[in-house]
Design a protein around this ligand. Sequence first.
Ligand code: HEM
Length: 447
Amino acid sequence: MSESSRTGDGDDRQHHLFGQLPMQVLLRNVFWPLRLMERLPQYGDLVKIPIGRSPVYFACHPQVAMEVLMDDTRFDKGGRFWEAARDFVGNGLASCSRAEHVTQRKLLQPEFQRKRVSTYEPMIVECIADTIGKWEDGSRIDLLKEMYEITGSAICSVLFGQSLAAPELADARLAFEQLLGGGLARMLLPAWARKQYRRANPRYSGANQRIAAIVSRAIGTRQEGEQRRALGILGRMRNDDVGRTALTETQLRDQAVTLFLAGADTTARLLAWACYVIASEPRLQRRLQVEVDSVLAGQPARAHHVPQLELTRQVLEETLRLYPPGWIFSRTAVSDTTLCGHRIPNGSTIFCSPYMLHRRTDMFTAATEFDPSRWTGKNPSMERHAGYIPFGGGPRICIGADFGMLESTLSIATILGSWELIDPVKSKARPSLILTPAPAMVRIRHR
Ligand code: HEM
């Protein structure tokens, strides 16, 4: 282990510890990855895991994680996982390597700037109303299914805009879901088996063809000026008149699949977790209802309400801390390099885990407790900065963070405006590709 100089809060150290996870600890926890995450930091700030042919490391300190995330010239997306992901989602913004990332990010960024995102509000509001309009008093709902309906429809609406009619939008959502279903299991298959799967699975190949056709239809119409807005993100990127390079149909298909994958599932899980916590804490729910009633005055939530929904925001931020949907992600060293004074060979995988960092007891007071008050505007703590990375960091930071937070705030406020969430079935965190509450069942009662 290298020398360390700890300065109290664990946040501004000059040197970081390198350690190796003992094999017996790995074996004892191998089927419980979340338990492993909580234990890893005691072995160092950068911890080597003794598995596989190429070395695997975990960045267990915020500064080490940020060094990895900030410098994509040394640590890029790549390796076995991302190769497998590209087989299914193509070469879109989330999966492409650094060489293409700068261009792709420049193209998509304008669509996700806060000002543009606020124009998506009517579509989001409509999707929320459509979903909760079908709820029946006293029934038990599956939070994952309901929240996915909101977020899946919302992302389809902003992708395709008015270039698709309602039934086509619904078909697009279904096709995306069919294409991406069973994601993690397929990523773990070897390359030859993934190829077989794509060829032999009619559900997958059918969904793939439908998506290509839908994208092609949606971008078929060229429109000018104000009407471009109605085309949706894909149509605007095809019909560009602001100096951005237009994309081919295949590239647009890859971005569509990427944005659906990255945007619908993550936000649905955030919402499902938040609803589950709210249903489990009646006092918190009452405080939220008081806020929502006074801000909304009986109306559905709109974007202009969001700044006043302070407690709702805090609950979402705290949900992202304890249950970050993107609980783990990786980078690959693209050449021999050093980290924490330790030599990292070319091809090594380095994992960063918001779940792990957010639960470090030396970084967050009462780290395992759900305490939204730690996010009060009046009391910005070190927690706001150090080690809080629910949306990642550096050049690959989540492009849809503002969109996801707007959608989540509007959803929670609208739901609590007219419904009470009760009788949650005890849920556990399932560390799939995205951190999932399982099960995610609550009863709903009309207020
Ligand atoms: C609120 C829920 C969300 C969470 C927790 C979340 C989390 C994340 C995280 C952790 C990353 C970084 C992954 C990495 O570094 O490897 C990421 C990237 C990304 N997210 Fe999100 N995300 C959310 C919502 C969204 C939404 C709504 C969209 C799109 C509409 C979106 C699109 C993306 C894309 C395209 C990337 C890749 C960005 C790049 O590589 O430049 N996300 N997200």
